[in-house]
Write a protein that binds this ligand. Structure first.
Ligand code: F6R
Length: 369
């Protein structure tokens, strides 16, 4: 059942183009139409929303962080993201016009479930994004958008993360359409671009061999840092989480702009630092800033591992290793940028002799608070 692979995780990484395609199937038309009737929330329900609160844990939380960038930009609705275990203990402000989006692969994470119950008690509407049909969270939510990743056996979330991103984009674009939106042309273009994502992910997978070699060469590193800006920041957080859980290695992610506020003191000779470079489309300021961040850390001896879009020759001179990803709209970049980081963590863990399907101390579904 591992389809010829030694580990489920390897198989699940390779299945990602299909998982993304299946999650889009029947929902996003090339002509810009979105069909999400299955969500059980009427356009009227969605028109009243004044605030969105996303709650989730772990990798699902990282999907939520990325969703915030997209939803606020496309819909102009304030959107908060919070780890579920913190949410209900701080007396959060919720009312019937707040839409709570609970993201959970398993649909069983107790922290997320408790947050969902709390939100419903406050009379907020709850929309679940979930991969397991009929699990508890979607049963208790007002509506659900299922990700169609298929069963994920490896403890580390991979294909379900990419499909959560797709689900978040679909919801953001749908909300924008239902409510009338500011960036009409952009919205239609993004919907069309979503259809191209399975092929783009496939392209990344076709070119990851150098990432594997790099990972093997770093098996004895003590620590790896990850930097990003904009949506690249949550991608960096996810890359660091994967490395912790699979390779049991100290890994930390920072917003690249925070470097100078402290973390730059960590940079020392040969420290591997992975930098996720934003696409140049429409946000060239961010791009310039990250290029100078790369120069700053390299001048202090860091070994720079740079993930940047194809044809981005401005970063090449400062990259000890350059990992190219296909060009896609900025907000969709996490779908392609996350894949090399999954491969990196998986391969590094394998080089250390770890079981990537069953990392120590972890369970696939965390049903205790
Ligand atoms: C990381 C991982 C965990 C889960 C987290 C939430 O690879 O798998 O961080 O993402 O436990 O689980 P779900 O999404 O099932 O609520």
């Amino acid at each position: 059942e591992k389809g010829g692979y030694d580990y489920f995780m390897l198989k699940e990484i390779v299945e990602q183009p299909r998982a993304v395609a299946d999650t889009l199937l029947g929902r996003a038309g090339l002509d810009g139409t979105l069909t999400l009737d299955e969500m059980r929330l009427s356009p009227e329900d969605l028109r009243d929303v004044t605030k969105i609160v996303i709650i989730a844990c772990g990798t699902s939380y990282h999907a939520g962080l990325i969703a915030k960038y997209a939803i606020e930009h496309w819909c102009r609705i304030p959107c908060e993201v919070e780890v579920a275990s913190e949410f209900r203990y701080r007396d959060p402000i919720l009312d019937p016009t707040t839409l709570v989006i609970a993201i959970s692969q398993s649909g069983e994470s107790m922290d997320t479930l408790m947050a969902v119950r709390y939100a419903r008690e406050q009379r907020s509407r709850v929309l679940a994004i979930c991969n397991v049909n009929g699990s508890t969270i979607p049963r208790e939510a007002d509506g659900v958008l299922y990700t169609h990743a298929g069963p994920e056996v490896g403890v580390a979330a991979t294909k379900t993360f990419l499909t959560q991103l797709v689900a978040c984009y679909l919801i953001g674009l749908y909300l924008a359409q239902v409510r009338g939106y500011k960036y009409g042309d952009e919205i239609n273009a993004v919907i069309a671009q979503l259809a191209a994502m399975p092929d783009k992910v496939e392209r990344v997978l076709d070119t990851v061999e150098p990432v594997r070699e790099l990972a093997r060469s770093l098996a004895d590193a003590h620590c790896v840092l990850f930097l990003g800006r904009h949506v690249g920041y949550p991608v960096a957080l996810e890359g660091a989480l994967k490395l912790k859980e699979l390779a049991y290695m100290h890994a930390e992610a920072f917003a690249a702009g925070e470097l100078k506020h402290g973390p730059i003191a960590l940079i020392e000779q040969d420290l591997p630092v992975v930098v996720v470079v934003p696409s140049r489309e429409g946000r060239s300021v961010l791009h310039d800033k990250i290029v100078s961040n790369i120069q700053e850390i390299r001048a202090r001896g860091a070994r720079t591992i740079v993930i940047a879009e194809e044809g981005d020759d401005t970063v090449a001179p400062f990259a000890d290793t350059l990992i190219s990803i296909p060009r896609v709209p900025t907000l969709l970049q996490p779908v392609v940028a996350s894949v090399p980081l999954q491969v990196f963590a998986c391969e590094l863990a394998l080089a250390k002799g770890n079981d990537v399907d069953q990392p120590r101390n972890l369970a696939k579904s965390v049903t205790v608070e």
